[in-house]
Write a protein that binds this ligand. Sequence first.
Ligand SMILES: [Zn+2]
Length: 335
Amino acid sequence: MTLPTWLQIGRMRLTHALTSPPRPLPSQGRCALLYHGVTGEQAFGANLRFNSRFVSAQRLAGDIALLAAQPQVRFVPLADLLTEGEGFRVALTFDDGYCNLLHHALPVLEAAEVPATFFITTARVLPGGGGEPLLWADRIDLAAQLQPGPLHLGEERFVQDRHRQWRREGDGVALKQLCRERDNLFLCELAQALPMEAPLAERPELEPYWRLLNEEELQRLAHHPLIELGAHGVTHIDLPALSSADARWELRNAKRWLELVSGREVTQWAYPRGAYSPALLRMAAATGYRLQALVDENAGEGGLRDSTIVRLGIHPYLTSRGQLNAIAAGGYGRR
Ligand SMILES: [Zn+2]
């Protein structure tokens, strides 16, 4: 039996990635890497079963070990990349603020003595106990697998496509797209329509896939010598989609609450999904963020070069060697 074409191509690419010689890193340079969650999964690819962002702890350790083996590489805190320095300097960042960072990323960082910034979504620590322990995107991803079927939100009905993504009946607009474009009220409706507390309570082994860091864990991390805490918004909505008053609310309150909980000043900010505008760069700077982390895809708009850092989003489907080659090339699809 012959393999499907896509599988053959995938296998050829994997073989190429495993057998091709590693591309040398430049002797001088800087690179900020963007990770999300880190799981303790041992089985190959198991870390990708609920989303396409998480890596395993082995993959993280492999990335660090390959980089550390290059004599010119120095791991530095993210803020160090704002200034000049010797060698090829690498800073690690982790977005969203999952509890799995404490259990699976931190031990790897400690063993290798590598510093990192954790950018925290503060939905978990909203005052008055009204916070959400999980991000809306994870609510959708987990519910899509644990509670499949049509979904009603107000007048709208959503059905799942063959990738289990909910799409609006009629025009096929993805539910996640609507979440990015609407407001907090829509996210509250979503939480009511997809109650996950009971199904997740029955599956404690899934906690690393959704639970955000709580107050006590954030306090511990804030005092860890290798870890810097930065803010990543309250609700994880794209800031350019919001009114300027709502965007300001996200910037201010994420900072305020994280400072309240951690007892430390918070001066670093990462845009949810990397979405920003020149006006937002100025607004964030005025809010007190001295460092703003961007993402490679949308960093074309300049401005505030002394306080912005473009990050390379790591590719969870690559091997550590493939990732190293992408770092050496300065991105994907470049030679
Ligand atoms: Zn994020």
